[in-house]
Design a protein around this ligand. Sequence first.
Ligand SMILES: *Cc1c(COP(=O)(O)O)cnc(C)c1O
Length: 380
Amino acid sequence: MQTPPLPSLSQSSGVLTIDLGALADNWRALARRAAPGECAAVVKADAYGIGIEAAAPALHAAGCRHFFVAQLSEGARVRAALAPGPQAQIYVLNGLQAGADPQADYRAHDLMPVIGSEEELARWAAFATRQPSPPPCAIHIDTGMNRLGVGSLDALVRMLARHGHEALGVKLLMSHFVSSEEPDNPLNAVQIARFDEARALFRGIPAGLANSSGIFLAQRPIFDLIRPGYALYGGNPTPGAPNPMKPVVALDIAIQQTRWIEAGESVGYNQQWTAPRRTRLATLLAGYADGLPRGAGAAQGRAGADVVIAGRRCPLVGRMSMDLCIADVTDLPEDAAHPGASAQLLGATIGVDEFAARSGTIGYHLLTSLGRRYHRRYIG
Ligand SMILES: *Cc1c(COP(=O)(O)O)cnc(C)c1O
């Protein structure tokens, strides 16, 4: 059984354009901020929706040598995409999965588990100390998330002292910010202090803490390796300030038809939006089954997201359908919106942060939900 191919251009109702040149430029810009430390790339969740098989080689060509995924299966895909085996470290963030075989599931694909608990560390030690040379791993220290990560530094010190960190193959000490996109949140400084305490205990092991927004904190918690994801894909790591990253994703959706309705008529399921004036509507060929947020259309007095048609912003109105959504094009010249013309949902004018915020979600969710019914075009 094979996965079905993505639609061809003429059969698709929308085009997702992914700019791999912008992706590489974003990685290089962050790598400059990391120097003399190194810059990794987080490519979990199919590289935030843009496609592991395209993103990983483009990032590797730009100079990236450290890749983070969430799951084992994603790690194997990155390894295959980089074959025949250029130098690259691939870390599996979710840890040493229960039920996984360290040899068959990690070593065979040259993947490094990010050890996230004392229990995982004990299982890894049982495996690693039986190998002729220590297989590599990373250790995640919990500095405040209470999700993954070894919680007790004392326990970690004891276990590493028992075996020696070389024998366990420990190549990286890492932790993860809770709220780095809020530069004034006092927890950032608390987490940096806790991480410093851990680093002092394990001198000589490279360390990394910062995700996209962490890289831009005033404290500059860069250390040896930064781990951006969102910013690579064009998301704004500095919310509230201008986006320093280049847009990577553009989404253009076809207009299927237009129509006029009278003032007082409602639009879409459950009458969530009522025309305040005589209104011209354009029906667009994408909906929540394509990953568009259900809250993207204006409903019950709440504004929604805009789309760009013929260079002008037009609001989405009414409840998002499974396969369709509706834009108010009353203010466009009549010949600008017509069947076959397209509406840009994401691109240079409206980025993932704006579209997501005005839809009641976050850009991370929008990107990782991008559907499989679009024609995908890779450029750059
Ligand atoms: C997802 C993730 C990242 C990347 O975060 P961004 O905010 O997308 O840059 C880094 N580290 C860990 C542990 C993660 O889970």
